[in-house]
Design a protein around this ligand. Structure first.
Ligand code: ZN
Length: 403
């Protein structure tokens, strides 16, 4: 399931280019900061700006059946105390922190219990021949064990590893170390901090191991986030305004003869809501042939779309949208058109998005699209005052649904 979703996602991000597409003409209104490198960040993990609420380590078992109908919310409820920022000391103390991960997920037994309670692995499964529950045989300390039927000859034939088809399949690290790395990823620890805070002792985790596990976790997040977006559906609608703009991420870099020019990203945000959609432009161009299908994917027909004068948008009205433009070259007012049209909200998003990428290599074409989706996932967590570790467990549970 996950692999199919992943393949679909890659197709979305890597559509073939239009044949004979002309090179883009120079654009007079290009924002100057689009190709400016960002300042170096301090060498500390990124902390959520607001204290998360729904972060307490789960105490009650969460059966797998309960995850069949995802409850996605993109907009936080303003009625909760959390949304107003009123979080009590007791609530903060109930949230996940490094020492709690060490204390509560520090042994294989604790990790297995947690994985079972959170629907990451099955507690039991039926023998396909006898239709009876198969007991678990555990081989090693950090192994999830295998299900094996005890009936007659079945004992040898029926054995199935409990990790098969779960997020833990092919894991080489111990379970406590896996959960530690999950926590570090959720908190966006730097590699240095992952090594520094590692409470297992022994040799430091290698950069390669940390990077690989980071990508692995991101995959679950990306699939989860795209599912969630599909569930929420398109933004806008008749009478509603969606501001649209594109921005380039990454700077021109001459490295070992390679020229990396960054990535064009299309941004769409609905006025009066937090509905932000980002798409990496396939083949790294921003012609109408690329932008219009992306807009149609996310914005309901009939929506009022506000853009700048980039010519690729000129055909929007022939696709059923009401198109309003602001001329950034207007000497009278480059920000707001005489009719009040502006795109300042989407433009202000670029600074936020780019600051998120300050320590990631956004010139890396391999995972840039994933990073953009990860940004949207983290933005939603921050808005909802949730804890990233809890949400990561949730994303893995949904992506690797156990039946
Ligand atoms: Zn059997």
């Amino acid at each position: 399931m996950a692999a199919q979703k992943r393949a679909h996602m890659l197709r979305v991000f890597q559509q073939p280019p239009e044949a004979g597409t002309p090179p883009p003409p120079p654009r007079p209104t290009e924002p100057p900061e689009a190709t400016t490198p960002l300042p170096s960040p301090p060498h500390t993990p990124v902390q959520p700006e607001v204290a998360p609420l729904s972060a307490s380590p789960p105490r009650t078992p969460a059966p797998t059946e309960a995850v069949s109908q995802p409850q996605y919310s993109e907009v936080p409820s303003t009625s909760t105390r959390a949304a107003r920022g009123n979080i009590t000391s007791a609530e903060i103390r109930s949230m996940w922190a490094t020492y709690k991960v060490r204390d509560q997920l520090g042994t294989a037994e604790q990790c297995i219990q947690f994985a079972e309670e959170n629907g990451l692995v099955l507690r039991s499964t039926l023998c396909s021949t006898h239709r009876t529950p198969m007991p678990i045989y555990s081989k090693g300390n950090s192994d999830l064990g295998s299900f094996c039927c005890r009936m007659g000859q079945c004992r040898t034939k029926s054995s199935v590893r409990r990790a098969k088809g779960t997020w833990f399949e092919n894991a080489k690290l111990s379970l406590p170390h896996i959960f530690y790395l999950k926590y570090c990823y959720s908190r966006r620890f730097t590699q240095f901090n992952v090594q520094l805070e590692d409470y297992f002792g022994g040799p430091c985790l290698s950069s390669r191991t940390i990077t690989d596990w980071c990508s692995y976790r991101r995959e679950a997040v990306v699939i989860y986030q795209i599912d969630k977006q599909e569930h929420v559906g398109k933004i806008g609608g008749p009478g509603k305004i969606v501001q649209i703009d594109e921005s380039k991420f990454g700077k021109r870099k001459f490295n070992k003869g390679r020229i990396v020019e960054g990535h064009w990203v299309l941004g769409m945000i609905e006025d009066g809501s937090e509905y932000l959609r980002l798409e990496v432009c396939p083949e790294n161009v921003r012609f109408a042939e690329v932008l219009i299908p992306l807009i149609q994917k996310h914005v309901i027909e009939g929506t009022i779309i506000r853009t700048d004068y980039w010519k690729a948008y000129d055909c929007l009205s022939s696709y059923g949208y009401e198109h309003q433009k602001v001329n950034h070259s207007d000497p009278e007012n480059p920000f707001v058109a005489p009719d009040g049209t502006h795109t300042q909200r989407i433009e202000s998003q670029w600074r936020v998005v780019k600051s998120f990428f300050h320590k990631d290599n956004f010139n890396n074409p391999a995972n840039f699209a994933d990073l953009v989706v990860e940004f949207l996932w983290r933005k939603s967590i921050l808005k909802n005052r949730e804890h990233p570790f809890t949400k990561l467990i949730d994303a893995i549970k949904r992506t690797y649904k156990q039946k």
